[in-house]
Design a protein. Structure first.
Length: 199
């Protein structure tokens, strides 16, 4: 049986459209990609984010690899509980630790709780995943990111000191994302039948 090429589904965090964000740049160069429209921080209804992810996923014919960043990781975790189709895998980059108070300028914990984001899901994910974690992320300490990866059943990748992996931390383009996507995609070609249930 031939394994079909995956489409990347990009799930942004709590931000508006940012032209120089690595997710935006990634989307501009991938041949098969869809992006969940950024919703900013004005509407913190987590259910709306879940519905937006599901809507974009429904438009994709064939396997999906999710590329989520920051709050988009948390939205993906909530979506994973109710999603209507399997995933080939997910790259979960610098997940935001919404269980802890956010830095100034980010939503307050009470607002996130009211929006349905809390607690951060700790379920083992039903698909392959890579957590790319930063050693100096202002939105999640490395120890917490490590604990998240363990509970989600994810492979943990130590990115070193990359801040929150966003333009404010000096990142524009992030070419390493391509390699992680390729790793998730290639795994589908080498798994045994019982390991391919997420296809």
């Amino acid at each position: 049986m031939t394994t079909r090429e995956a489409t990347v589904l990009i799930v942004p965090g709590l931000r508006d459209h940012v032209p120089q964000h690595w997710q935006t740049l990634l989307a501009s160069r991938l041949p098969r990609v869809r992006t969940v429209a950024p919703m900013g921080r004005g509407n913190l209804d987590c259910l709306k984010r879940i519905e937006a992810i599901e809507e974009e996923a429904a438009k994709i014919d064939g396997p999906i690899i999710v590329v989520a960043h920051s709050g988009g990781v948390i939205a993906t975790l909530h979506w994973a509980r109710v999603m209507q189709r399997p995933l080939r895998g997910a790259l979960l980059a610098t997940p935001a630790d919404f269980d802890q108070p956010m830095p100034e300028g980010y939503p307050l914990r009470g607002a996130l709780e009211a929006g349905g984001w809390l607690p951060v899901p700790r379920n083992t994910l039903p698909f392959r995943s890579i957590v790319a974690a930063s050693r100096n992320d202002p939105l999640a300490c490395y120890k917490r990111a490590t604990a998240f990866a363990r509970s989600w059943g994810s492979k943990l990748v130590d990115l070193g000191e990359v801040g929150h992996l966003n333009p404010a931390s000096g990142y524009g383009d992030w070419p390493a994302a391509d390699g992680f996507i390729a790793e998730l995609d290639a795994a589908a070609f080498h798994c045994r039948p019982k390991q391919c249930l997420t296809e």
